[in-house]
Design a protein around this ligand. Structure first.
Ligand SMILES: [Zn+2]
Length: 257
């Protein structure tokens, strides 16, 4: 083959992959759920330079939402607090780079409906939702929003499931703000949290947390198609591990009441 043809092939290959972002996750979900809330990374290491991110603070001092270069924690009283970049998270997922897709979402779409909208969009672009991670940013006005946050553990070894059973829920008939997060593959070995996982922060910064329920009213969805790049953890391995499969939908998904 001519060099020029090879060069062209190589360039188009690079161009295609240059459009793919990547996602960095600190700590496996299984280890977090088993009760390891120690520092996995600083806010700087995990979120600096990222498009968006979510997580939970060291010692569960609040759900974490990171956007526009600022990272917030939502402590158990429900009011977001900006965090210093030297503070640490026990779990974090951050999206970097890639090409932004604008996806139309109508009114009246709930969390399960949003999953359908995303998967339909991906399928139309010949992308299998089990093969990629999508970073998501939903901005606008929502109805019937339930956000939650968690309190710090009350005793050594309390699992995240036990703590979430006592989660603090905040309900809003109408809520305006930004929700960021991910659509991970449904299949998981326990390292990743499957399906849609969003954390919100209100435009007026008076509320936020892990999204349980919502219905879209007037929103815009931006999506980045990413590869899950790295899973790292600055803490020593060992300690809290669990062979129990985590019921992620019970602890992280929509709630009935
Ligand atoms: Zn969450």
């Amino acid at each position: 083959m001519h060099d020029s043809v090879l060069r062209h092939l190589r360039e188009s290959f690079h161009e295609r992959f240059a459009h793919h972002g990547h996602v960095d996750q600190v700590r496996s979900a299984g280890r977090l759920f088993a009760g390891d809330y120690s520092a996995a990374a600083t806010v700087r290491d995990e979120f600096d330079g990222s498009l968006l991110g979510i997580g939970v603070m060291h010692d569960l001092a609040g759900e974490v939402v990171s956007l526009d270069g600022v990272t917030w924690r939502v402590p158990v009283d429900g009011t977001p607090v900006a965090v210093d970049i030297e503070e640490t998270v026990a779990f974090g997922i951050a999206a970097h780079g890639g090409r932004r897709h604008r996806v139309t979402v109508g009114a009246g779409v709930d969390v399960d409906g949003l999953l359908g909208v995303i998967d339909t969009y991906l399928a139309r672009h010949h992308i299998d939702h089990e093969e990629v991670v999508c970073a998501l940013r939903l901005t606008g006005t929502f109805r019937d929003v339930v956000l939650r946050t968690v309190a710090s553990p009350t005793y050594e070894g309390e699992t995240l499931g036990e703590i979430i059973d006592d989660e603090a829920r905040f309900r809003f008939d109408s809520w305006t703000g930004t929700m960021v997060g991910f659509r991970f593959p449904d299949a998981t070995t326990g390292d990743t949290i499957p399906g849609i996982h969003l954390h919100g922060i209100a435009d007026d910064r008076s509320s936020g947390g892990h999204l349980r329920n919502m219905t879209t009213a007037d929103v815009v969805l931006d999506l980045w198609v990413d590869e899950l790049h790295r899973l790292h953890d600055s803490a020593e391995s060992g300690g809290a591990e669990s062979n129990e499969a985590v019921d992620f939908s019970r602890y992280e998904g929509p709630v009935d009441d």
